[in-house]
Write a protein that binds this ligand. Structure first.
Ligand SMILES: Nc1nc2c(ncn2[C@@H]2O[C@H](COP(=O)(O)OP(=O)(O)OP(=O)(O)O)[C@@H](O)[C@H]2O)c(=O)[nH]1
Ligand SMILES: [Mg+2]
Length: 373
């Protein structure tokens, strides 16, 4: 029996099994089996394609990458053309876009690469259409914009999320707060700092047994589900097995729905309503995108030259002075004596700080190097 057939069998069994307290154990183990087969399939495909699973080959440029994911004809290309100078083909028929089209958006001083992708359909993660390539490309993004038709089926985002999940993308979630250590002896032991309401000893041991893990130490810092534990085990075998990406749900074509519907959609978390055709609400979309990207702009200055406020260094929020230095040159942190920072990250402005100091958005920084003789 091929791997694909085995996967189909389990998916069918999962869809037929009713979810309740009695079937929880069985469903959890089935999900583990499914994750193992999917990982095997991905490994096989990666090896046979001679590298990483075929994403579209578009080089990463700028400070962040955003992927437009959605069903066909929802307006992904219209949105790319609206936000950037790119000219992606727009038409009323489905599958107009057949490859990845990049564009660059200048967002509050940051350069954001936006990727228009072909539309995907249910079953994309199993290889339908160019779905696998689209999702593999979305995996490389810092943020996913899920473009949805405001007048379309209410299930759109759920179906797309399932497709992304199948290929290891977890949207708007944090990695489970669990420390997992595989050992060479001593059996399986686990402790938790919170009560576990979804997992018990029998299930944890059986799941690990199915993975051929007989010695491990697990510390749960949160009330994990079986899915979370499977993700943790998969990541312990291959750190890139799961990626955690923020996602903005962009409901396009609001010109076709009533005010009440727009109001209801706009209240959903991580959601924004727009119309590319009528240029509606684009400023809100940009604000929301900036929030999801979670970036900081840092302005550098030297002792005698004032900062250039039009050309910031862009880093992930929560970055340290060390990361800012690395962005300038990878060997710079080795020769830094200290940095002087003006802005909201310091108590006194300016203040002398070390490499581990965490900078804030719009801080100004002056780097003082060690004296070399
Ligand atoms: N009414 C309305 N139509 C829109 C809007 N935005 C895009 N369209 C139309 O929707 C159709 C599809 O737009 P595209 O941008 O090609 O959609 P796509 O998602 O890139 O489609 P594929 O590349 O086939 O996946 C075109 O006829 C657009 O004119 C909008 O805000 N309102
Ligand atoms: Mg398109």
């Amino acid at each position: 029996m091929s791997l694909t057939a085995k996967i189909k069998d389990i998916e069918l069994e999962l869809s037929r099994t009713q979810k309740n307290k009695r079937t929880e154990y069985h469903i959890g183990l089935l999900k583990g089996k499914l994750a193992r087969y999917r990982a095997q399939l991905l490994e096989f495909q990666t090896k046979s394609s001679g590298g990483s699973i075929a994403a579209f080959e578009v080089g990463k440029t700028g400070d962040a990458r955003v992927a437009l994911v959605g069903f066909p004809s929802v307006g992904k290309s219209s949105l790319l053309n609206h936000l950037t100078d790119a000219k992606s083909c727009i038409a009323s028929y489905e599958f107009t876009t057949l490859t990845c089209v990049p564009g660059v958006l200048e967002l509050k001083g940051a350069r954001v690469q936006i990727l228009d992708l072909p539309g995907i359909i249910t079953g994309a993660s199993a290889g339908k259409g160019r779905g696998k390539q689209v999702i593999a490309t979305a995996r490389t993004a810092d943020c996913i914009m899920m473009v949805l038709d405001a007048a379309g089926h209410p299930n759109q985002s759920k179906l797309l999320t399932e497709e992304l999940e199948t290929m290891g993308i977890r949207i708007n979630r944090k990695p489970p707060h669990v420390s997992f250590k595989a050992k060479s002896s001593g059996g399986v032991s686990f402790t938790s700092t919170v009560p576990l309401t979804h997992l018990d000893e029998r299930f944890i041991k059986q799941l690990l047994h199915d993975y051929h893990i007989f010695h491990a130490e697990i510390l749960f810092h949160e009330d994990c589900t079986a899915d979370d534990l499977i993700d943790v085990i998969e990541m312990s075998r291959n750190p890139s097995a799961r990626v955690y990406v923020p996602c903005l749900y962009v409901y396009n074509k609001i010109d076709q729905v009533s005010m009440e519907e727009i109001d209801a959609i706009a209240r959903r978390p991580h959601s924004v309503v727009i119309s590319c055709e009528y240029n509606l609400n684009m400023d809100v979309l940009l604000e929301e995108l900036w929030r999801e990207l979670d970036l900081s702009r840092i302005y550098t200055k030297t002792h005698s030259i004032a900062p250039d406020f039009g050309d910031p260094l862009v880093v992930k929020r929560g970055s340290s002075v060390q990361e800012v230095c690395k962005k300038i040159h990878k060997s710079l942190p080795d020769i830094v004596r200290f940095a002087i920072v003006w802005g909201t990250s310091v108590k006194y402005s300016p203040q002398r700080v070390g490499l581990s100091h965490v900078v804030d958005d719009e801080d100004v920084i002056e780097i003082v190097k060690k004296i070399t003789i």
